[in-house]
Write a protein that binds this ligand. Structure first.
Ligand code: DON
Length: 319
């Protein structure tokens, strides 16, 4: 509902157009009740299912909102590209390619099979296995330092302080047998670069960070703005590395629905099982949305439909 500026600098797209398109998307999908809250992390089932918010944040930091854009939910897998950015920044994109992999798996986010297909390259940083490996590659002397670097980096992307939702962390860590299996398998193949339980704890903690749709919007806008946060002007990721990161989001941001997403929406994006999605229009803006009901692939039904509709209406597909 808020228009913080009357002139958008996004090429050819007025502030009125950006506000009206998110409002139409909201009206179009607000009553949809397809999907269900994820419940394999028990506490996620308790989040009110009808919440729905949409944000556009331009690369200049102008913000357009509708709906529940302040509600704090767990970032879950939307943290993955941002921590991958940290590792790219520390080690360069080639190291991510060599030590993790950059091929889409075509499989669910928590696939163990993907690890077995080609030991050397069958995962990428957007799925659980690759994201756990990313955490293990953050240069750190100990677990506290590993965590602090990851949290500082997420906050730099958001341009704001963030907190861990401790109840989400506990709920997930007590039930993370599948991710424990993944961490151990990676370690077995020499594809995990710290002690498995440490990587698992730090990965689970990053998934439990609380964000609002507004935060996701600013995080995405930082990527749209070539790696510099539009609000703080901090250079969080070298502009040179942004294309590789967006490529990973394009090939694997929706797991086994990534092809369908790029085919129908045409912009790189990342989803999380908490119901958040952030999409990036390179050099223009981010489109972020949140709604807790997810489909079988773990992607928010309303957020996905809303962003796809907005991208189509604005004609901002990257191809
Ligand atoms: O590791 C997990 O299973 C969760 N912390 C994150 C998974 C996720 O967000 C998949 N998403 N759409």
């Amino acid at each position: 509902e808020t228009v913080e500026s009357t002139e958008s600098k996004a090429e050819g797209l007025s502030a009125e157009k950006l506000q009206s398109v998110i409002e139409s998307a909201y009206d179009r999908y607000k009553d949809l009740d397809e999907g269900a809250n994820a419940d394999y992390i028990p506490i996620l089932a308790t989040v009110p299912s009808d919440l729905f918010g949409i944000v556009i944040t331009t690369k200049e930091g102008e913000v357009f909102t509708v709906g529940d854009v302040d509600y704090q939910f767990s970032i879950q897998s939307v943290a993955k590209p941002f921590t991958a950015a940290l590792v790219m920044q520390e080690h360069g994109p080639e190291k991510v390619q060599e030590d993790i992999g950059v091929e889409p798996t075509g499989l669910p986010f928590n696939s163990k099979l993907a690890l077995e297909v080609h030991e050397e390259r069958s995962v990428n940083p957007m799925v659980n296995a690759g994201a756990i490996a990313v955490v293990s590659m953050v240069p750190a002397e100990n677990e506290d330092e590993r965590w602090e670097k990851i949290m500082d980096n997420l906050e730099a992307f958001a341009g704001d302080d963030l907190t861990v939702l401790e109840e989400v962390y506990q709920s997930e860590y007590e039930n993370c047998w599948s991710n424990r299996a993944i961490a151990n398998l990676l370690f077995n193949y020499g594809r995990l670069y710290c002690e498995p339980e440490e990587a698992l704890r730090v990965y689970t903690r990053e998934c439990s960070v609380g964000v609002s749709a507004l935060d996701l919007g600013m995080m995405g806008a930082t990527l749209a703005n070539g790696g510099t946060n539009p609000a703080t002007q901090e250079e969080v990721l070298d502009a040179d590395h942004v294309p590789e990161l967006l490529a990973l989001m394009a090939i694997a941001g929706f797991y086994d629905e990534s092809g369908e997403w790029m085919y129908t929406a045409g912009i790189p994006a990342k989803t999380g099982v908490g119901g958040g999605i952030v999409a990036v229009v390179p050099g223009e803006m981010s489109i972020a949305a949140f709604s807790p009901r997810v489909n079988a692939s773990g992607n928010s039904v309303k957020a996905m439909k809303a962003i796809r509709y907005i991208a189509g209406e604005l004609g901002v597909g990257v191809f």
